[in-house]
Design a protein around this ligand. Sequence first.
Ligand code: SF4
Length: 74
Amino acid sequence: MAITKVWLDETENECTMCGACEAVCDAVFEVPEKMAVKAGAGFVENEAEIKDAADGCPVGVIAYALDGGDKRAN
Ligand code: SF4
């Protein structure tokens, strides 16, 4: 299953702008204020790093969907 979408999900918590996700995978994440997914970022080639960033986010606000689904997968 491939990651097809990555987004900031602040349903339960807010991004603290800590920068950890960008440190793990700066090809996909940037933190100019709150986390943003870079335009044109490649999800397939950065899949492992995206999952690591989602797992490592201290407040659990990085969500991703697999194979076109629209559900939070982390
Ligand atoms: S790791 Fe989580 S809290 Fe930290 S900047 Fe990234 S999305 Fe925000």
